[in-house]
Write a protein that binds this ligand. Structure first.
Ligand code: 26Q
Length: 821
């Protein structure tokens, strides 16, 4: 092929140029004129006009990475919770205002278009959103990084609240087409399942498999204010031609179509994160499907510029976002050894230099394991490889001179195969054994990881374990989500904070400046009013923008303890009813979050919140003093409206359970004070903002352990605390569910009689006290504002740019590529 010089338009960024582009894209891209175009068509045309401006940068970046033979990072994740792209791309390109003007001149209101874009909700929560923030930061820092994942047809379900209950609706986000992606039908790889292995002249062959093709879809990830971009490549399942042809030849057309559907199911839907790991076969298929295509793709890309594998581990870093993509390890070995005929030891050498792994949970029941029987049926060759890795690893360990390491009990504990009961492969152990680095996501989490769940491995490979505290992208979570606050920060300290979040520290120089404090409150108030408008439209209720906005927004999980928050709300309600004349600090307590569809307790908690809200909001004695809302369908776009309106951020997980949390960072960056336990990144947030600017309460992780060891007695706490007893009795007796008084008995018993696993009652008294302290602070308006500003000022280290710089330097050993601009 010869490379001819293309003649293409250099696209400009003026309002005029954008107006022409949008018009062109509407005509030639969407096939509509201004008369027939619906708002959806305008959005599509505007998105294409923006995308066109990204493509040029994309080509330049890709070319430079290639020319410099740069080391590439492959970030493997089952989830990428991107949200909307339009505003984000406008911001990255610096063309927000110009585009608004261009569209206005065409008679189109850009703000109305923005709300039409569906979220790309290809993730559950923290882990998926972290991957999206990391893509943003890799591009912004110029690190050659590829996100690899699955292009689910159905993302995270949409949550409706019907009569107080969660109802799930499928999210077919591709309904109106996706203007941001480039389908690559020419990039397809076969992915095999089932069959059996045979030995033939010293190599293993995997035969008689069923095959699905993985087809690539590329999305450009723009860096902020740089010409650097990256690529998110998502795989979609396509049935193989051979499969249906054979059936079709036999005259069974219907069966042929059905078979196609079945094999394409592999990329159909995102699995909701459950309270425990559900051993679903389709989930295992998904995990293998995307890592197999990804490993084939990266080998092909490497071999395009290298004739041998000699420099493979200098040019490739593969990062595993939790264990979900861990089959990439045996798959890469299979490809190197069986397909490319590399000796086993050499392949293992590469593996250990290429892979790194992030753990995101300490809860043993959430660690992935797969049934050996299922693996042998679906991935027989990979099971052999895992057994071989295990044998070599256990041999090495048992030859170790270190005391205690080679005893049988130890060997059994560290084996990649759990032999107790039904045999299962421990995916986290496989990830640790085959990676050069394993990290946790906050200081505390990384410590506990090596002290508890991975203690044996930390003893074997102490140098392998490290910490990289999570971060969030300030572009989306401040610049985009909170225009009033972003504007104020710009006016006060300049605009550099978007690229260097430590710049926010300069806000300390206006600490105590009454005019700045006033402007800060005005910005927050604007965000509250924006939120109230939406809440009132939905509920018909009125909310006071001068109330304390208290929020717990995150997935519904027992360990996150929404129940503790509810107990405080009920207590506050009871106290208001008993003494309405006291000078109550008005509060709006807002909850939002989805429960996994199979997680019954989490769904019951949602219903309780809605029942409590119903009671409280319609009690005439209460009025403005307390309002409770459950905002439905929490996701990236809802978060962008809700978070900037918060005064108080509830981060109240049982100490030792929340690996990091990232919502805590988003809220603090938006000037909310944290109400938190000493868990996850809350600890580091406290260090960064100072003890006076955060409300810390409750048992520490060590105290939780000690309490468990000593025999925790929740019933005693219930009996001895009158306020708590009243709230729990109301729950038990159906005070909030008069039509079905038994509805919440299970909640009562879980807390009082069945062990209260997450120690809600143990922290109740301290929590209520801390809430009283928050009330007292809030009425001292200046002191509260000063603390809120300290929170914003202290958020420097929680930028995902800082996190990615650490990964790049300490783990991936990659450098930014110079893209010239
Ligand atoms: C596993 C197997 C089968 C089906 C689903 C899953 C599954 C899916 C999603 C398991 C876990 C998840 C998501 C986990 C997650 O979001 N963890 C959060 O990660 C954040 C980023 O590091 C942390 O801040 C949070 O503390 C952690 O809970």
């Amino acid at each position: 092929m010869t490379a001819v010089g293309l003649e293409f338009d250099q696209l400009k960024s003026s309002a005029d140029a954008l107006r022409r582009s949008v018009s062109n894209r509407l005509m030639y891209g969407v096939g509509k004129d201004a008369v027939t175009a619906r708002p959806q068509d305008w959005l599509h045309a505007a998105a294409l006009a923006v995308r066109d401006r990204l493509v040029e940068r994309w080509m330049v970046t890709t070319r430079r990475q290639y020319d410099q033979d740069a080391k590439r990072v492959y970030y493997l994740s089952m989830e990428f919770l991107i949200g909307r792209t339009f505003s984000n791309a406008l911001l990255a390109l610096g063309i927000h205002d110009a585009m608004k003007e261009a569209l206005a001149s065409l008679g189109v209101d850009m703000d109305a278009l923005i709300d039409l874009e569906p979220d790309a909700a290809l993730g559950n929560g923290g882990l998926g959103r972290l991957a999206a923030c990391f893509l943003d930061s890799m591009a912004t820092l110029g690190i050659p990084g590829f996100g690899y994942g699955i292009r689910y047809d159905y993302g995270m379900f949409r949550q409706q609240i019907v009569n107080g209950e969660q109802v799930e609706e499928p999210d077919y986000w591709l309904r109106s087409g996706n203007p941001w992606e480039f389908p690559r039908p020419e990039v397809q790889y076969p992915v095999h399942f089932g069959g059996r292995t045979v030995q033939r002249n010293g190599t293993v062959e995997w035969i008689e498999t069923h095959t699905v093709n993985a087809m690539a879809y590329d999305t450009i990830i723009p860096g902020y204010a740089t010409s650097a971009t990256n690529t998110l490549r998502l795989w979609s399942a396509r049935a193989c031609e051979e499969l249906d042809l054979s059936a079709f030849n036999q005259g069974d057309y219907q069966r042929a179509v059905e078979a196609r559907n079945l094999s394409e199911n592999v990329s159909r839907l995102l699995y909701p994160d459950d309270s425990t790991m559900a051993g679903r076969e389709l989930r295992l298929r998904q995990e293998y499907f995307f890592v197999s295509a990804t490993m084939q793709d990266l080998i092909r890309r490497y071999l395009r510029t290298h004739s041998t594998f000699g420099r493979f581990s200098d040019k490739v870093a593969v990062h595993l976002n939790d264990t979900h993509p861990v089959l990439a390890i045996p798959e890469l070995i299979r490809l190197l050894v069986d397909v490319h005929h590399m000796p086993w030891d050499e392949a293992m050498g590469h593996i250990k230099r290429v892979f790194s792994y992030t753990n995101h949970t300490l809860m043993p029941e959430a660690l992935e394991t797969w049934d050996v029987e299922l693996l042998s049926r679906l991935l027989p060759r990979h099971l052999e490889i895992i057994f071989d890795i295990n044998a070599a690893f256990l041999r090495e360990a048992s030859e170790s001179k270190e005391k205690g390491v080679h005893d049988l009990d130890f060997i059994r504990r560290i084996s990649l195969v759990d032999e107790y009961g039904q045999r299962r492969v421990r995916m986290a152990y496989l990830a640790i054994v085959a990676s050069h680095t394993v990290n946790g996501v906050s200081k505390l989490h990384s410590q506990l990881m090596t002290r508890h769940i991975f203690a044996d491995f930390a003893r074997l490979f102490p140098e392998r374990f490290t910490n990289v505290t999570n971060g969030i992208t300030p572009r989306r979570w401040l610049a985009q989500a909170s225009p009033p606050l972003a504007r104020l920060v710009d006016e006060t300290i300049g605009t550099q904070w978007r690229k260097d979040l430590f710049e926010l520290g300069a806000l300390r120089k206006v600490a105590g400046d009454a005019a700045f404090e006033e402007a800060f409150r005005a910005a927050k108030r604007e965000n509250k009013v924006r939120l109230i408008q939406r809440m009132t439209a939905r509920t018909g209720l009125a909310f006071n923008p001068d109330a304390l906005f208290d929020m717990q927004v995150k997935r519904m999980h027992e360990y996150k303890r929404q129940l503790l928050n509810v107990l405080h709300v009920i207590t506050r309600y009871n106290r208001i009813v008993q003494a309405p004349e006291r000078d109550w600090v008005p509060r709006v307590v807002l909850f939002a979050g989805k429960a996994a569809s199979a997680y019954r307790m989490a769904k019951t908690i949602i219903r309780l919140i809605n029942d409590v809200a119903e009671k409280v909001n319609h009690d005439p004695v209460v009025g403005d003093r307390l309002k409770v809302v459950f905002v439905p369908n929490y996701g990236v776009s809802v978060a962008e409206v809700v978070i900037p309106a918060a005064d108080l951020s509830e981060q109240i997980s049982t100490a030792g359970t929340e690996a990091s949390g990232t919502g805590n960072m988003k809220l603090a960056l938006n000037g909310a004070l944290t109400m938190g336990t000493l868990d996850g990144a809350n600890i580091e947030i406290g260090e960064a903002v100072g003890a006076d600017n955060i409300f810390i309460f409750g048992n520490t992780a060590d105290q939780v352990d000690a309490l468990r060891g000593a025999g925790y007695r929740p019933r005693q706490i219930y009996e001895e605390n009158a306020g708590l007893r009243m709230a729990l009795d109301q729950i038990r007796r159906g005070f909030f569910a008069p039509d079905d008084p038994a509805r919440y008995q299970e909640i009562f018993h879980t807390l009082v009689d069945w062990g209260d696993h997450y120690m809600v009652l143990a922290d109740y008294a301290a929590f209520v006290q801390a809430q009283e302290a928050a009330d007292r602070r809030f009425v001292d308006v200046r002191s509260w504002t000063a603390s809120a500003i300290e929170n914003v000022a202290g958020m420097g280290m929680f930028s995902s740019d800082r996190a990615i710089a650490e990964y790049a330097r300490e783990i991936w050993h990659t450098k930014p590529v110079d893209t010239g601009r």
